[in-house]
Unconditional design. Sequence first.
Length: 95
Amino acid sequence: MRSSAIAAALFAGLLLAASPVFAGPPAPAEKKAAEADAAKASRALARRDFGAAADAYERAYRQVPNAKWLFSAANARRSNGEAVHAANHYARYLK
């Protein structure tokens, strides 16, 4: 019983630590890097390189959580034939 309570507390702590809700605003350098990755993703989409586009949108989203980039990553993964990966992104987008 005690070990399950500890496990639940640790899990809750991990969720809180990973949540962008508690993070402050992004630093200007992070925002600039994220925007550069999003621009790379747009260029990759224009080349129909869906894997590279998804990778770049995911990098941008990790730096600055932006729902638009997460949704775009999901679309790129879907277009690249990665249905499960895309579905995971869509589910996170809807939360």
